[in-house]
Design a binder for this molecule. Structure first.
Ligand SMILES: Nc1ncnc2c1ncn2[C@@H]1O[C@H](COP(=O)(O)OP(=O)(O)OP(=O)(O)O)[C@@H](O)[C@H]1O
Length: 122
């Protein structure tokens, strides 16, 4: 019983730490703030154009994917700077690959957005 309680409290604490991390990203990371504003704008567009439940599903997944990838990219950058603050070819490569992953997610999110909104606008 005690073990179960401590498991539950630990999970609750983990959610708290994760929430703190998400708030920190939103407060301090310009790229996350930009993605968040874009996410807000397309959410407004979703209501304006009355997109379907399936389109909402795709849009929510795309917004979540891009913002979370951006968060992982930030964590990789922070770790790289902490482990090796000096200039190094390998650190540059690691950062470029992490940024590349965000870029790929963003391109596909844009394609999904175009598929949803182009028929509604034109
Ligand atoms: N320590 C380093 N050694 C080698 N190249 C680096 C190093 N730090 C950054 N770079 C190169 O400069 C690029 C930009 O790095 P930076 O850390 O400024 O990321 P950024 O994309 O500007 O991130 P953000 O603006 O989100 O903080 C990297 O993608 C990498 O190519």
């Amino acid at each position: 019983m005690i073990k179960q309680e401590s498991f539950f409290i630990n999970r609750l604490k983990s959610v708290g730490y994760a929430f703190r991390g998400a708030l920190l990203l939103l407060k301090t990371e310009a790229s996350i703030q930009v993605q968040f504003v874009i996410g807000f704008c397309v959410t407004v567009a979703g209501f304006y154009f009355k997109i379907s439940a399936f389109e909402w599903l795709i849009q929510c997944l795309a917004i979540g994917l891009v913002i979370s990838m951006e968060g992982i990219n930030t964590a990789i950058e922070e770790m790289a700077n902490f482990i090796h603050p000096e200039h190094h070819k390998k650190i540059g490569l690691i950062k470029d690959i992490a940024a590349g992953a965000v870029f790929i997610a963003s391109v596909f999110a844009c394609i999904a957005g175009l598929i949803i909104y182009i028929p509604k606008i034109f």
